[in-house]
Design a protein around this ligand. Structure first.
Ligand code: FAM
Length: 438
């Protein structure tokens, strides 16, 4: 059975050769025009980043190394006694481009479990923070503090060759992914369930199984399965989204993976990005309170217009790239469809009903380019149903997940020797001068 490092060692030379050939043959070939709308419009659609792990098609949604979410559900390993993809098999796919065998996945689970304990200084740091500090702020701080033990930073200080960067980066990325559950669970316990003992990491189970145990929900098999699915499918969403892009940008300075991912987490903490996670549920619960029993499509429609007319966005709808319902939303909805207890839950029913009404309302409103639900429209309500009701915490779970994609691509950025990222900016006057007379 190969280790994940050995699997990666096999593919790196091929990719390096592929990149070298592209550079030699096509450095000056054109991928598209840079228009003024790109410069003033958040660079939407501008093809300007190399990112191998996943590609997002506006209509079809995400593919991880060519595999759609249903493909992954068929091909990637589940936990013993479970059905959903586990984080380890998604991590292996994202890093190596290959589907791991079951034995390889289990071996990676063990490696992560063995590396999963937090160092004392991070425990002390997290325990010293006020419980009123947002869990995402705490997560970013904890991740940054883990850089105390960065193998990459230590090796760089000693002086290493560029060709060796990736190997120390890989050490850090695996260590960070391994430690995220203990860090994220400690934050949850401190803020919401103080005084309870956190169980030790079980070396025989998977990363998310351990995460759910440490959160205190280990007895709930359905929640564990849900979080396995959730964490696997939130793992990567191309490179241009704000968190992945931040990790890439900061990493390009050769800041170590802990600092790079800490920065990424603060991008994820913005309400237009990962924080939408907590916003959706708050908004749906308010809607439920406002509408009372016997909620009809007509009443939901009125409520949606109220949100829009007050100048707010409808959280959980729209996307920077997608132009169809998000297949991650569909996968989470399907999880609900197989479970009668979820189907009977009034909040889950309301989320479903809202998804039937909102697209038409948003089309009529006429602003958003994508009136369909994104993943956040569904993700929180299932957590809520299973008793993980503290929605300020939800983005932390997203943060545990997004590490899979952002960190694997940091390893690749080093393996491919990608340079410091430094796009050209222009003043308004400079833009005007350039476009005059065109
Ligand atoms: N409700 C109302 N208006 C919306 C809207 C929504 N859900 N989505 C977009 N719009 C508006 C948007 O505010 C903009 O208005 P202005 O021209 O007045 O500025 C207009 O429609 C055009 O926006 P767009 O080009 O369709 O979207 P963007 O690419 O600029 O933004 C999102 C994408 C996701 C930030 C945006 O759709 C949004 O604010 N959605 C609600 C928040 C949300 O669900 N975020 C989570 C995204 C998720 F995928 C994630 O990162 N986890």
């Amino acid at each position: 059975t190969k280790t994940i490092r050995e699997a990666l060692e096999e593919v790196i030379p091929k990719k390096q050769a592929q990149l070298a050939a592209l550079k030699a043959r096509h450095s000056q070939s054109v991928l598209g025009d840079v228009k003024v709308e790109h410069v003033i419009g958040g660079m939407r659609g501008l093809k300007a980043m190399l990112w191998d792990a996943s590609v997002l098609d506006p209509l079809e949604g995400i593919r991880f190394h060519g595999l759609s979410i249903p493909d992954c559900q068929k091909q990637l390993t589940a936990a013993p006694g479970g059905k959903e993809i586990i984080a380890e098999s998604m991590l292996w796919l994202l890093l190596t481009g290959q589907v791991p065998t079951e034995a390889e996945t289990r071996q990676l689970s063990r490696e992560l479990a063995e590396k999963g304990d937090l160092p004392k200084h991070v425990i002390d740091l997290i325990d010293s923070l006020p419980t009123t500090l947002h869990p995402m702020t705490q997560l970013g701080m904890g991740v940054a503090a883990l850089n105390h033990d960065s193998k990459f930073a230590a090796a760089y200080e000693e002086g290493i060759k560029k060709s060796e960067y990736w190997t120390h980066t890989l050490d850090d990325c695996i260590n960070l992914i391994a430690r995220l559950p203990a860090l994220a669970a400690r934050i949850y316990r401190n803020v919401y369930k103080p005084g309870q003992e956190i169980p030790a990491i079980n070396k025989d189970i998977d990363l998310v199984g351990n995460y759910v145990n440490m959160l205190g929900f280990g007895a709930n098999h359905d929640l564990t399965e849900y979080l396995r699915l959730y964490i696997a499918i939130h793992g990567d969403h191309e490179g241009g989204n704000a968190s992945a892009h931040t990790a890439h940008l900061v990493g390009s300075t050769l800041a170590d993976p802990y600092l790079s991912y800490s920065a990424a987490l603060y991008a994820l903490a913005g309400p237009l990005h990962g924080l939408a996670n907590q916003e959706v549920l708050r908004w749906q619960l308010d809607m439920q309170k406002e509408l009372g029993n016997n909620i009809t499509h007509e009443k939901i429609k009125e409520s949606l217009w109220k949100t829009l007319k007050s100048g707010r966005v409808v959280p959980g709808y729209g996307h920077g790239v997608l132009r169809n319902p998000d297949p991650r939303f569909v996968a989470l909805q399907e999880f609900c469809l197989t479970r009668p207890d979820l189907l009977a839950d009034p909040v889950i029913q309301l989320v479903k009903q809202t998804s039937e009404v909102a697209p038409d309302v948003l089309k009529e409103h006429g602003k958003t380019k994508n009136p369909y639900p994104n993943v956040d429209a569904a993700s929180g309500c299932v957590l809520y149903h299973y008793g993980l009701t503290e929605f300020k915490y939800y983005t932390v779970i997203f943060g545990v997940s997004r590490a899979l994609g952002a960190l694997t691509q940091l390893v690749w950025a080093r393996a491919l020797g990608l340079p410091l990222e430094r796009p050209k900016s222009l003043s308004l006057e400079a833009i005007e001068k350039l476009v005059e007379g065109q």
